[in-house]
Ligand binder design. Structure first.
Ligand SMILES: *[C@@H]1O[C@H](CO)[C@@H](O)[C@H](O)[C@H]1NC(C)=O
Ligand SMILES: *[C@@H]1O[C@H](CO)[C@@H](O)[C@H](O)[C@H]1NC(C)=O
Ligand SMILES: *[C@@H]1O[C@H](CO)[C@@H](O)[C@H](O)[C@H]1NC(C)=O
Length: 471
């Protein structure tokens, strides 16, 4: 409230005393009214100030549309990108996470606590930039490059068909260790249920509660997809706790994926940034990106589910490969698992959505590629770039700077891979530390052409028995 204006009002009231009683009463009423208006304005001003000063106290608010369907809040602005896709800017408080039962009254954390910010710089600085590697130009997503991002207080959401079914992910590579033929039949309604997937994946030793996070720099490739109506190919990180048998397997997952069925109207053959989570071994919880409640996004420029552009294809015969960096890190201050992409904290998977990843300790960390075949006949879908690991740089896909957070010491280390899961080396392979790049930290090449111009793979039957388990 402005004090000088109050003094002036009182002075005016004093002068009015010299006039008749009717005037006095009238003026008193005016003064009272004035005071009332002033005090209500003051209340309004202070609550607005509070929001501007402390955006960290933003609370999730569940929004339902006119037909009572749980959605993101209404977009303040919508943008069509030059590739034809649409991005909606929705209020950060009304993002879909507000509908997660375990996030009632959740106060959004805009960034991790200082503890986690320090953890990242503990990694030994063994990386130096050479002309062999090339980061994506500026921001690797069109939305940020063309529109800069959403306004403060809003987050970008990749628009999707509201009638599209919720795509559920197939079990991760750990599922296939000791897999029986009935394992993949547990969720018959799942859209991704089907023939066993192929993996070319590396891991650090499985240690109960041993890990607080993981990182990697991923090449961004555009592999060939043989059957676009159902197949996909991806490169990702898996942060895992719990077990399939107890159906309490929890995951936080991130990477890129070419999955035309998931993005039918948005550059279906391009690699899309994706995240995923589950708390019941992929049975009934979790989803991709912001398609269901769970992940809390805070950044206004990154579009989960949006394409990564440009990317490298075999046809380009390029001299370098585009790449981007990822960290998934537990922050006890939030508490939750934070996602960092290209140095930006994009958002987090709150601890409260989990059962076994809850305590900030992961049991298994995995990095690598996966493809989903349409049938039990080997597919022509490529993994990675579509080239075998042995093709090396700049042809085969890779993940480098592969690191993990060690729960016991609190430090970060480059991974020593002790496990490797490759379902069929005739189709897809892994090459650990292949080529001796001394400035890449821990790394591996991976991928392959599948059955495309490759009889050795085409003539193999993809049975679970072909799996070379983690050793
Ligand atoms: C690789 O790791 C090093 C050490 O932490 C870091 O300085 C560098 O920025 C990382 N490279 C990329 C591309 O993220
Ligand atoms: C989001 O990310 C962009 C680019 O990575 C960064 O410039 C910006 O400061 C981040 N923060 C917010 C709140 O959007
Ligand atoms: C970068 O790494 C290469 C190979 O590991 C090394 O020969 C070179 O001296 C390094 N450059 C810098 C600037 O540190």
């Amino acid at each position: 409230m402005d004090p000088t204006r109050l003094v002036r009002s009182s002075a005016r009231a004093a002068r009015s005393l010299q006039l008749g009683w009717r005037v006095v009463i009238a003026m008193t009423c005016v003064l009272l009214l004035l005071l009332l208006v002033k005090s209500s304005q003051a209340a309004g001003t202070s609550s607005t100030l509070q929001e501007e000063v402390a955006p960290s106290s933003r609370r999730l608010q569940a929004y339902r549309d006119s037909t009572n369907v749980a959605r993101h809040g209404p977009a303040s602005e919508s943008f069509q990108l030059s590739d034809g896709s649409w991005v909606d800017c929705v209020p950060i408080e009304q993002q879909i996470a507000a509908h997660e039962p375990n996030l009632q009254d959740h106060i959004i954390r805009m960034q991790p606590s200082s503890q986690i910010l320090m953890n990242n710089i503990f990694l030994p600085q063994i990386d130096n930039v050479s002309d062999k590697q090339q980061q994506l130009p500026q921001h690797p997503q069109l939305f940020a490059r063309e529109h800069g991002g959403c306004r403060e207080g809003f987050i970008p959401v990749q628009r999707s068909d509201p009638n599209q079914q919720l795509f559920r992910k197939h079990q991760g590579p750990a599922a296939d260790r000791g897999m029986t033929s009935t394992t993949s039949m547990k969720n018959p309604t799942s859209a991704s249920n089907g023939p066993a997937h192929d993996y070319a994946v590396v891991a650090v030793p499985s240690t109960t509660g041993g890990y607080t996070g993981q990182g990697g720099v991923l090449s961004v490739n555009g592999p060939y997809i043989g059957e676009p109506s159902s197949e996909f190919s991806l490169s990702q990180l898996w942060t895992v706790a719990g077990s399939y048998q107890l159906e309490n397997l929890n995951t936080a997952e991130v990477g890129w994926q070419v999955y035309p069925a998931l993005h039918p109207s948005q550059q279906p053959l391009a690699p899309h940034l994706f995240i995923y989570w589950t708390r019941d071994a992929y049975l009934s919880t979790g989803c991709y990106n912001l398609n269901c409640p769970g992940f809390v996004q805070v950044n206004s420029t990154w579009v989960l589910g949006g394409t990564l552009a440009p990317y490298t294809t075999l046809a380009q015969k390029a001299k370098f490969e585009y790449e981007f960096s990822i960290f998934v890190v537990f922050d006890s201050g939030t508490p939750g698992w934070w996602l960092q992409i290209q140095g930006t904290w994009v958002g987090y998977w709150p601890s409260s959505i989990y059962t076994t990843l809850k305590a900030g300790r992961a049991d298994n960390l995995e990095w690598g590629g996966e493809i989903a075949p349409a049938s039990t006949t080997p597919t022509t879908t490529g993994m990675g770039s579509g080239a075998f690991a042995s093709a090396g740089y700049p042809v085969a896909a890779y993940q480098r700077n592969v690191s993990y957070g060690d729960a016991a010491s609190g430090n970060w280390y480059y991974a020593s891979f002790t496990g490797e899961a490759v379902t069929n080396t005739n189709c897809y392979t892994v090459g650990i530390q292949q080529g001796g790049y001394t400035n890449w930290g821990s790394y591996f090449f991976f991928g392959g052409p599948g059955a495309l111009n490759n009889p050795a793979c085409a003539n193999t039957l993809l049975e679970p028995e072909n799996l070379e388990a983690f050793s």
